[in-house]
Design a protein around this ligand. Structure first.
Ligand code: WTA
Length: 647
């Protein structure tokens, strides 16, 4: 039995073990051929399995660069999670939907069944309605990993309000610009939450953020009972407003193309963009990608470690597991608090079967050493996933051996905030899995790798990863209130019929895709997406700084990390300036964007036309050969910076 469970290695490829393959929901390659014959028909067949109030008239409509799926179909995603769940409501209403593990060890965990979650969602949905929230209104959600984040998201979806979740570790300023853009009238937050043993007062950040926004009411979840400031006219306790509400709330009937949520992400310079996702297509993709890629079955427990404030949390902590009637696990705290064994303990405690995390976390545990996890057998684990950044071979093998015990397939899943759900990965019951390669496009989707002239590149040649029509149902439909940005970011490089992912990639001889990294100015810091342009604009806010450049450099644990080069106009000590710049970044964006280094320099290398040569800064930082510097207007800046970096 033991042998049959292990993955099978052939050359540099791994295949699922016999036991896994036999039980897998999808274990035959012919699914790719079937889907490729007619992707629209394929998705149509999948969409029919879910519950629609009214069937769509046309499956796919393409008016480049715009497209729609399941046109005129009517639905509500929460009906598919609750009373009309594919598995049958009677079967699942007493089943665990949500497991919540608080950070303090001594505190009791919480479990909610599907029935209990449904009641909570309906009560809160009714409370929102009473506050005047209507279909199409935007609601801001600034919550840490507590059950109420799921309740809030689903309550919005129940009544057709558009949720905008903002990562709780983002600063009040980051929250403010998102609230301004969405013009939300309601914000849901918490008194505080635990992080590494401290209570973080989130209400205070929320209070600061709502200045100059349209927020009329802040709903506050009572979590850590810390002291907070209170404005009688504007603040409401979550618990108070749901207390007397009915636990029944009729689902708002949504059009397939009505917005479900807006989630902000960084990319290609400027302010964060509000990525818009719609009800029908997103639901179909969330359901099926989760089902097939995580091989979700009745007795599974899914732990996706992503925060609900990111797309991975939206799709694989909230929507996908719940649509699939599988318990989803939510953990409030930091991965290594109070010890690096915390995650391992949680996996064992709840018998997690499906574990989905980012390479940064894997590298961090690798560095802590085996002593923290060796005593765990991880018998419950069946499948592992990786997301958010490239996973290097060493981290892959470490994960495979020490967590998956060589029996769990590893799905390395590529996707983006824009794609709504996973789009490239090997399917676990089919394989092959190859360290640092993500796999094949999900059935029913088409990708290619292009050079600058739109030519498809052969095996081994690196180019731009693009997606070809019909695109997937869960793809973004636009940038909120900014169609120009939508056109310019995604549909300019190769025209209006080819989606530009902003990632570089290449294929191997098995057609498996390896993601090399972003080709725009986005960097992935511990899996978190931000842009160097966005960081530069924050540094430039400092009144002493005349010019600056931010680069992403390789970081052993975080994958990438920002490094700042700034030119100051006065004599303030570099130490003081550095600290001010760091606190400015933390204040404007959040601690996740803290730079690894800040260098105060006299000049930045520039071309004669005045363009800052970030490429040279990167090479200087990593001590590489700089090549020809004759095109620089100020070659002397290079030596000065080299000295500063060295010292
Ligand atoms: C990167 C996260 C390599 C990629 C779901 C993409 C990956 C960006 C992988 C999107 C992976 C995501 N291997 N790189 N498996 N998954 N990426 O919007 O550069 O936060 O464009 O969505 O993360 O980041 P986002």
């Amino acid at each position: 039995m033991e042998k049959k469970s292990k993955l099978i290695k052939k050359g540099d490829l791994y295949y699922p073990g016999k036991v896994f393959k036999k039980k897998a929901l999808v274990n035959n390659k012919k699914i790719y051929r079937e889907a490729d014959k007619d992707p629209v028909k394929f998705w149509e067949k999948l969409a029919k399995k879910l519950y629609w109030r009214k069937k769509w008239k046309k499956t796919f409509l393409h008016k480049p660069p715009y497209f729609q799926w399941f046109i005129n179909g009517k639905l509500n995603i929460t009906e598919n999670i609750f009373e009309k769940n594919y598995e049958g409501w009677n079967k699942i209403k007493n089943k665990t939907a949500l497991i919540w593990e608080p950070e303090p060890i001594e505190e009791e965990s919480r479990k909610l069944t599907y029935g209990e979650l449904f009641f909570a969602v309906c009560k809160f949905a009714n409370a929102l309605k009473k506050l005047g929230v209507k279909k199409g209104d935007r609601v801001g959600i600034y919550l840490p990993m507590v059950p109420e984040v799921i309740i809030s998201v689903l309550a919005c979806a129940r009544i057709g309000a558009v949720h905008t979740v903002v990562f709780s570790a983002f600063s009040s300023h980051a929250l403010q610009i998102r609230l301004q853009d969405t013009e939300a009238k309601i914000l849901i937050t918490v008194d505080g939450y635990y992080r590494r043993g401290n209570v973080i007062n989130l209400k205070q950040a929320a209070d600061e953020a709502i200045k100059e926004t349209s927020i009329e009411k802040i709903i506050v979840v009572k979590r850590s009972h810390n002291e907070i400031s209170w404005n009688e006219n504007q603040n409401l306790w979550f618990e108070e407003i749901i207390k007397d509400e009915s636990d029944e709330c009729e689902a708002e009937i949504m059009d397939s193309e009505d917005p479900l949520f807006v989630l902000y992400t960084s990319g290609s310079t400027g302010k964060p963009k509000g990525v818009l996702h719609t009800c029908g297509g997103y639901m179909i993709q969330a359901y099926w990608t989760g089902k097939w890629i995580f091989d979700l079955k009745d007795d599974d427990v899914l732990w996706c470690t992503a925060d609900a404030g990111w797309i991975t949390g939206h799709s694989y902590t909230i929507y996908s597991p719940l649509l699939n009637a599988v318990p989803t696990l939510l953990f409030e705290g930091a991965p290594d608090w109070p010890t690096p064994g915390r995650w391992a303990e949680i996996i064992e405690k709840y018998r997690v079967t499906t574990f989905y995390t980012a390479p940064t976390a894997i590298r961090m545990f690798e560095k802590y050493g085996l002593e923290f996890i060796q005593r765990y057998k991880f018998k419950s684990l069946q499948l592992l996933g990786s997301v958010g950044e490239p996973i290097d071979e060493s981290a892959w093998l470490w994960y495979f051996r020490n967590v998956g015990k060589e029996k769990c397939p590893i799905v390395d899943t590529w996707w983006q905030t824009e794609s709504g759900g996973i789009l490239i990965t090997s399917l676990p019951g089919i394989g092959p899995f190859k360290p640092s390669f993500t796999g094949l496009p999900f059935p029913g989707t088409r990708f290619d790798i292009f050079d600058d002239k739109k030519k498809s590149l052969p095996v081994g040649e690196r180019g731009n990863l693009v997606m070809l029509p019909p695109f997937s149902p869960g793809m973004m439909r636009g940038v909120y209130k900014n169609s120009e940005k939508y056109l310019e970011t995604y549909w300019k490089e190769y025209g209006k019929k080819i989606y530009f992912t902003s990632d570089a990639a290449y294929k191997d001889e098995n057609d498996l895709i390896r993601i090399v990294g972003r080709v725009d100015d986005a960097i992935k810091v511990a899996g978190h997406r931000m842009t160097t342009g966005e960081l530069e604009s924050v540094v430039a806010l400092h009144s002493d700084i005349t010019e600056c450049a931010v680069i992403g450099i390789v970081d052993e644990i975080k994958g990438e990390a920002p490094v700042v080069f700034a030119v100051s106009k006065n004599e303030k000590s570099s130490e003081q300036l550095k600290n001010e710049i760091i606190s400015q970044i933390r204040k404007e964006i959040g601690p996740i964007a803290s730079p690894k280094e800040v260098y105060i320099v006299n000049d930045l290398p520039k071309t004669r036309s005045g363009k800052i040569m970030r490429r040279i800064l990167r090479k200087l930082f990593s001590n590489e050969d700089l090549g020809d510097l004759s095109t620089l207007a100020n070659p002397e800046s290079v030596e000065e910076i080299r000295k500063i970096i060295k010292s």
